[in-house]
Write a protein that binds this ligand. Structure first.
Ligand SMILES: [Zn+2]
Length: 216
């Protein structure tokens, strides 16, 4: 377990879930809200995030964002029952559709409580928290329900699992077509950022998107 400050208001929480790649969730300390990006494998991992916020004396209300429906990104939602949980409409559908199956097939990774807690606020194409300079866009490729988050204030693009899990595997598993994913890469490339974060990979730079494009 490691906690890393990426920039002034962005914190990366890295869990020891997998031996082959990393596993991260993120917190952005906003003006009126704190944002938790992905909730890991259950309430136990999210307790680390909550305790850390307490240690910073951060008591602002929390907004949770789910990057896509996969279990290693949503199981900890149950730790934030009183918070809005934001995702794409498709993520809300798919996380419910596959919840039981994901729990059965990946039971050994469960960390604490994993009671189903679906996203409560959804969007189809884009959404924003203007005062905090945070912009969400639906992004297909890895899954049909994914999103990216662009932080204009810190110039960070949170790509989650829309980029590969390790340096050796820059292209993620694609549930969607290659064409759909290439469009998503073009879209990501147009933003001005110097840190590109992932749900599993170490933080990268914009160069990594170029590398993905050569290998996809
Ligand atoms: Zn993942």
């Amino acid at each position: 377990m490691q906690i890393t400050r990426l920039k002034q208001r962005t914190i990366m929480f890295s869990y020891d879930t997998f031996s082959v790649c990393g596993h991260h969730s993120y917190v952005i300390l906003g003006e009126s809200f704190n944002y938790v990006l992905d909730t890991g494998c259950g309430s136990k991992q999210m307790q680390i995030v909550k305790d850390y916020l307490v240690s910073l004396k951060e008591t602002k209300p929390i907004i949770v964002i789910n990057s896509h429906y996969h279990w290693d990104h949503i199981w900890g939602n149950c730790a934030f029952k009183d918070s809005p949980i934001i995702a794409t409409t498709k993520c809300q559908e798919m996380s419910h559709q596959y919840y039981q199956e994901m729990c059965q097939n990946n039971a050994k990774f469960i960390q604490g409580d994993v009671t189903e807690t679906p996203p409560t606020l959804t969007f189809d194409t884009s959404a924003c928290f203007k005062e905090d300079g945070l912009y969400l866009y639906a992004s297909r490729g890895h899954t049909p329900d994914g999103l990216i988050l662009y932080d204009t204030k810190e110039r960070i693009l949170h790509a989650f699992d829309n980029i590969g899990d390790t340096l050796d595997h820059p292209v993620p598993d694609l549930m969607d077509s290659k064409e759909e994913y290439l469009k998503a890469l073009e879209f990501m490339e147009q933003f001005d950022f110097d840190i590109l974060t992932s749900g599993h990979n170490d933080p990268q730079t914009k160069e990594f998107i170029k590398q993905i494009k050569t290998e996809v």
